[in-house]
Design a protein around this ligand. Structure first.
Ligand code: ADP
Length: 495
């Protein structure tokens, strides 16, 4: 086999486990680099040092004192602290009190400026460190300006002359759409808006996601199915014409989960550790969860869990339509999530109406999440769309059987149980419809009555391989493809 060189990779992300997390992006940004490192590459991570990241707790040390970073026509100051997610995977934290010393991570009026500053500081940091990556791996809209810069403001900068960019779309629904001012802040006003004959809006706004797609040397998304779906108007979130133009550079790579962190045999948060050979012990986690959630303690009652951002994407409108019917049945529900106030209200109402049967935690709580994966019998994700979804994989790893809509990454990881052939590892439905969901839950409840069947389903999930191994290799292939595309472009330009 061809001997490949060891790559230098900088991964840029707005959030990463264990430092800051609102969703799956943080899981990926905190675990993929470790898997790439295990393949022998020098991968480093950069993210903002939000106020909530305690330097003492994570033993961060300053490696670069304040240095100037161009923002619009002025200079802002950034400093860099260093920590790590593994002994050989450094994390660089961009520090600036004005932008990051706030309670939350997102949802501020100056988010565009905050993340452009993070990206610009990261590139300037590299020069100061004298560490020139082969690949800059950008995740989601917060870092999508980087491929744009590498082809504009840094185009003739010898430091980046051989650096290729990868842009990973974790969720096309969040594009980072702003006004003209962002071009000035980013120093690219002279290049103007983008233009596409089928996308009139692009000529009037700055869509950072679109820029990542347009300028990156390779683009990917987080499951093969979603990579196909986003080429259609139904799931393309109005960017499908652009994605179709660039489909030769677009691929799908399924996310993995961190099998060290997500391990029921060693998990410190759960009442009782267990593995696939000691599944009988798992019931202790169910009883402990029922107790903690104020549900009636009963090992036999089927217990269904939800851990999710509470948004329209996740299918809670169709669930809301059938919740009362479901709770008339012999089952229990536990919900952990935050998001849209409308869904907070809906789930609170259910918890009040069905004491002992439904429990709702409207917070973000990583420890409780592990207890729910370990203590529920079934895990529900009826998503309207789902780029990959990590919840269903985590649930399977912990022996909770997934009930999902067959869409995006859910379709790539959960196959509907077929009692005749013995194929399948969960329950799924295709049509986005309340009764399709209801019928699928009924099917799951029916199968739950058969201990042997249920055990088989649990074992299938627990023994499946959703670790990063195979996907990390696909990312390395993608990095080499991006480098080749970059070289080809440079050669073409110099001719
Ligand atoms: P998304 O990235 O769209 O939010 P994913 O299924 O890919 O959905 O990833 C969600 C991640 O966030 C999982 O690790 C899940 O356990 C976690 N999570 C979601 N909501 C909560 C919450 N309220 N408390 C703790 N963890 C949560």
């Amino acid at each position: 086999m061809e001997e490949r060189k060891h790559l230098k990779i900088l991964s840029l992300s707005a959030e990463a486990v264990p430092f800051a997390k609102t969703g799956g992006l943080a899981d990926v940004a905190g675990s993929l680099p470790k898997a790439i490192r295990a393949l022998g590459h020098d991968v480093r991570v950069a993210m903002p040092r939000y106020g909530r990241i305690d330097p003492a707790k994570f033993q961060l040390r300053e490696i670069l004192p304040a240095f100037p970073v161009p923002m619009d026509k002025q200079m802002e100051e950034a400093a860099v602290l260093q920590g790590s997610i593994a002994p050989d995977v450094p994390v660089y934290f961009i520090e600036n009190a004005k932008y990051y010393d706030r309670d939350g991570i997102y949802m501020y009026p100056d988010d565009a400026e905050r993340f452009i500053f993070f990206c610009r500081s990261s590139l300037e940091m590299l020069k100061r460190l004298g560490w020139c990556p082969d690949i800059i791996h950008c995740h989601d809209w917060h870092t999508a300006i980087v491929p744009n810069w590498l082809k504009t403001v840094y185009k003739d900068d010898p430091f980046f002359s051989r650096t290729a960019s990868i842009y990973t779309i974790h969720n096309l629904a969040y594009q980072g759409i702003f006004g003209y001012r962002v071009l000035e802040i980013a120093g690219i006003a002279e290049y103007g808006f983008m233009y596409h004959p089928e996308m009139a809006d692009l000529a009037e706004v700055v869509d950072l996601m679109a820029r990542g797609i347009y300028f990156a040397d390779a683009i990917n998304t987080v499951s093969e199915r979603y990579a196909q779906e986003i080429l259609t108007p139904e799931y393309g979130e109005k960017l499908d014409p652009l994605l179709r133009d660039h489909r030769d550079r677009l691929s799908g790579i399924l996310n993995g989960i961190d099998y060290e962190v997500m391990n029921p045999a060693t998990d410190k948060y759960i009442a009782q550790n267990y593995d696939v050979h000691s599944l009988d012990k798992r019931v202790q986690n169910k009883l402990a969860l029922q107790r903690e959630a104020g549900l009636t303690e009963n090992a036999a009652t089927p217990l269904m869990g939800i851990i999710s951002r509470l948004t329209d994407q996740k299918g809670f409108d169709i669930l809301g339509d059938v919740l009362d019917h479901l709770l008339d049945l012999d089952l229990q529900f536990v919900v952990l999530g935050t998001g849209d106030p409308h869904y907070h209200e809906m789930f609170s109402h259910i918890a009040q109406a069905y004491p002992g049967k439904a429990a709702v935690f409207l917070t973000f709580n990583a420890a409780l999440a592990q207890k729910i994966y370990a203590g529920t019998d079934m895990f529900l994700m009826p998503s309207r769309f789902e780029p990959c979804g990590l919840g269903q994989m985590m649930a399977m790893r912990y022996g909770s059987v997934p009930i999902v809509r067959a869409i995006g990454g859910l379709a790539d990881t959960v196959q509907d149980w077929n009692p005749r052939s013995g194929e399948g590892n969960g329950f799924s439905f295709v049509r986005y419809d309340r009764w399709a969901l209801f019928a699928t839950i009924l099917r799951a409840l029916e199968n739950y009555k058969y201990e042997e069947t249920w055990h088989k389903l649990q074992v299938k999930g627990m023994t499946a391989d959703f670790s990063w191994g195979a996907s990390a290799r696909k990312y390395v292939d993608l990095y080499f493809r991006a480098l080749a595309a970059r070289d080809q472009e440079t050669r073409a330009e110099s001719q």
